[in-house]
Design a protein around this ligand. Sequence first.
Ligand code: IPM
Ligand code: MG
Length: 364
Amino acid sequence: MTYRIAVLPGDGIGPEIMPAAQRVLAEVGDFEFHEYRIGAAGLAAHGQPLPEHTLNGCRQSDAVLLGAVGTGVQPTDPAAPRAEQGLLELRARLGLFANLRPVRPLPALRGASPLRGSYVAGVDLLVVRELTGGLYFGERGRSGAGSAQRAYDTCEYTVAEVERVARVAFELARRRSAAHGRPPRVASVDKANALETSRLWREVVTRLAAREYPDVAVEHVLVDTAAMRLVTAPGTFDVLLTENMFGDILSDEAAALAGSLGLLSSASLPALPRPGKPVPGALFEPVHGSAPDIAGKGTASPLGMILSAALLLRYGLGLPEAADAVEGAVERAVSAGLRTRDLGGTDDTGTATDAVLDALSGTR
Ligand code: IPM
Ligand code: MG
């Protein structure tokens, strides 16, 4: 079986790290890669951050691999198109409502975490972030001028939007429970003491849990408390379910526990994943972004990109054994000493990729 993958390298370090994922995928299966522009690259080539050609290419593929989007420079004209719009539009147009961001600090990198090893040991959590609603996609605008100029963004959620992403969190909590031999748990994060959308969120999650997931232990955590608990007791979380903006912030905080944002991968799904079944039309990208400060140097860590390819195998194509093999190779390479700059080492994009490929083919 040959899989068709849409490859969107994007901006900054994206084009440097993308070949790492392609090399790793080519090692474990048969893939046809088709490359498309997005972000600043889309603007430069086609005048749009999400060219129609790119969207069509994604729709014709089994899965989408994305590097990073953004230049680090916001245009001075607020009405000018921004590179990041390409990514947000792609999420909306492909209906990618559930964003999974696993955080599992590797034992060999415990010393790289800002927290003492004893706090990080055993941390294995999954952020399930709602990705196509809330503040990011609500009504927005500006009016007036001078010091009376006003800007607004609005946050809205419907019952159906909360239910579909909550179901993903509950299903994955069950699956993780079976794999880890511990009871399924979901912490739903909101700000119900201040926001109406959060009160609706909490009602919907509570009702869904009672009706369809009575075996899953649910706790409701206010977002400020969740932010604190992530650094004081991260081991008390398993699946963290939250809305778009809270999820953006908390997932970077959780990622820091692993020692570097460079290690983190993500999956953005348009449907509930079923065990061993592919989710067609999903997108996979590292969490770290375009890192314009180190772009063009060939020093960026390819690990978040490679681990995103592993998620593509697991969720996008329903190939869990191949995904395990790639994740295992990254873990073995790191145990054997692979350290990129973000982890205080000297490995560059190329040598780090070679080390993972060596581990994958068992030559190490
Ligand atoms: C992320 C990023 C994006 C987001 C940006 C680039 C718009 O920070 O994927 O977390 O906020 O969703
Ligand atoms: Mg972010």
